[in-house]
Design a protein around this ligand. Structure first.
Ligand SMILES: Cc1cc2nc3c(=O)[nH]c(=O)nc-3n(C[C@H](O)[C@H](O)[C@H](O)COP(=O)(O)O)c2cc1C
Ligand code: SF4
Ligand code: SF4
Length: 399
């Protein structure tokens, strides 16, 4: 769109737009990385490269959509999986990153190598080798939800701030590439973890990854599908990721934040940028809706920017942070009269059922009669009414 510049600079690396494909099945091989870039993504993070052979053999089956009808209708869904790290050995990645690099560059695509070491030596070696192979940035997998205890990678290491710091320092010594630290939602205090990563040498942060979950089958009474814990994420996670991103941005740690976790629509990306992200990563939505998601999202972001009169991402990155009202300053005194539009109401009775204060009477067969004294203006009935028949009107003076 004329006059709109979607490019962002993250730690000295130019991205032609703020969309980065996160590490996962859409980037499972260098050829997949290239496909993401051809589809319009500014960058793509490789599936995590590791020397750990136990990570290189995937459980089968390992992925399921919890509510597939909703996923296919672009509604909220949950994605549950135990996809481990990359099946491909580091040597293959290194050789093929070299091969795809030229074409990626022709698209101005940034290749980010996700790495995970079992020892500090492996972290050091992988960081050095991916730089030699031509990766543009390194991302540290300190977030994989499946790795729970011990070890130096995935979320296991994130339970020890000292070890996280040592991993970051080791990688900083090994490479001159900008380092992205990927936060886990399982860290006891993600903001603190972000601070430690930055003071140890990362030059950008991914705000969050997936949670670990467990689904038990009631018939067999065993964990479903592959039989154990799995990563749990999906579009429902976005408000959590927006909150997380805002908290990290408010700390002003001095490094760009890549918002992530549940991004599936352009609106999610815009929200993350409004609370301080410079770019966004997405994985699950591309798996479910395909690579066409990338141009659709870019189109949506551009259109919104044009409507709002923004010409660059920097024009609106972080502008909502100053508008977040802290708990102690939330409005509590103002009261409104509640009004039900009889023309719109279909007497479904939902509002009567949900009202915690019993302010809408008891008979679902008639149009609810609001009791202005009982109504506490909680807002629940307004948001659930299927006909949008309820609204707050002028302020209500109780005296
Ligand atoms: C099936 C699957 C495999 C993934 N594999 C990796 C991986 O190898 N390394 C990694 O750092 N993150 C991995 N992730 C996490 C994603 O990169 C991303 O952080 C997470 O899914 C949240 O983003 P999303 O909601 O857009 O999917 C994987 C996610 C999924 C769903
Ligand atoms: S939820 Fe809406 S449509 Fe249903 S009874 Fe209440 S006002 Fe009427
Ligand atoms: S706003 Fe809350 S308290 Fe008032 S009628 Fe609706 S549900 Fe009840």
């Amino acid at each position: 769109m004329a006059g709109i510049d979607l490019s962002v600079n993250i730690s000295g690396v130019e991205f032609k737009n703020p969309l980065i494909v996160a590490s996962g099945p859409p980037t499972l091989s260098p050829q997949h990385v290239l496909k993401c870039i051809r589809a319009g993504a500014a960058g793509a993070v490789t599936k995590t490269i590791t020397y750990d052979v136990t990570q290189q053999v995937q459980p089968k089956p390992r992925m399921l959509v919890v509510n597939p009808e909703d996923a296919l209708r672009s509604r909220f869904y949950s994605f549950y999986s135990i996809d481990l790290m990359s099946e491909y050995k580091p040597e293959l990645w290194l050789r093929q990153i070299r091969e795809v690099k030229k074409e990626a560059k022709a698209y101005m695509g940034v290749i980010i190598a996700s790495i995970a070491g079992r020892t500090f030596e492996e972290w050091e070696k992988l960081a050095r080798l991916v730089e030699e192979a031509g990766a543009d940035m390194v991302e540290l997998n300190l977030s994989c939800p499946h790795l729970e205890k011990g070890g130096l990678m995935g979320r296991a290491v994130s339970s020890s701030p000292e070890k996280v710091s040592e991993v970051v320092k080791t990688v900083s010594r090994a490479t001159s590439l900008p380092i992205i630290g990927k936060l886990t939602p399982h860290g006891a205090n993600p903001v603190e973890l972000a601070r430690i990563m930055v003071s140890s040498g990362v030059s950008a942060l991914v705000s969050t990854a997936r949670f670990q979950g467990l689904i038990v089958d009631l018939e067999t009474m065993q964990p479903t599908s592959w039989g154990g814990f799995g990563g749990y994420g999906g579009p429902w996670q976005t408000p959590i990721s927006v909150g997380w991103t805002a908290h990290i941005a408010m700390e002003r740690l001095g490094v760009p934040i890549i918002g992530s976790g549940g991004v599936s629509k352009w609106e999610d990306a815009v929200q993350l940028i409004l609370v301080g992200a410079s770019a966004v990563q997405m994985c699950t939505a591309i798996m479910i809706n395909g690579l066409k998601t990338i141009p659709e999202m870019l189109g949506g972001i551009e259109k919104w920017m044009a409507n709002k009169g923004f010409r660059s991402i920097a024009d609106f990155s972080g502008i909502s942070l100053g508008k977040i009202v802290p708990l102690e300053r939330l409005e509590r005194r103002k009261r409104f009269q509640i009004y039900i539009d009889a023309e719109k109401c279909v007497k479904c009775g939902v509002c009567i059922r949900v009202c915690p204060y019993g302010a809408l009477g008891e008979s679902p067969a008639s149009i609810p009669e609001p009791d202005q004294e009982k109504c506490d203006n909680c807002g629940l009935c307004l948001s659930i009414c299927p006909r949008r028949a309820i609204r707050f009107e002028k302020e209500f003076d109780r005296r």
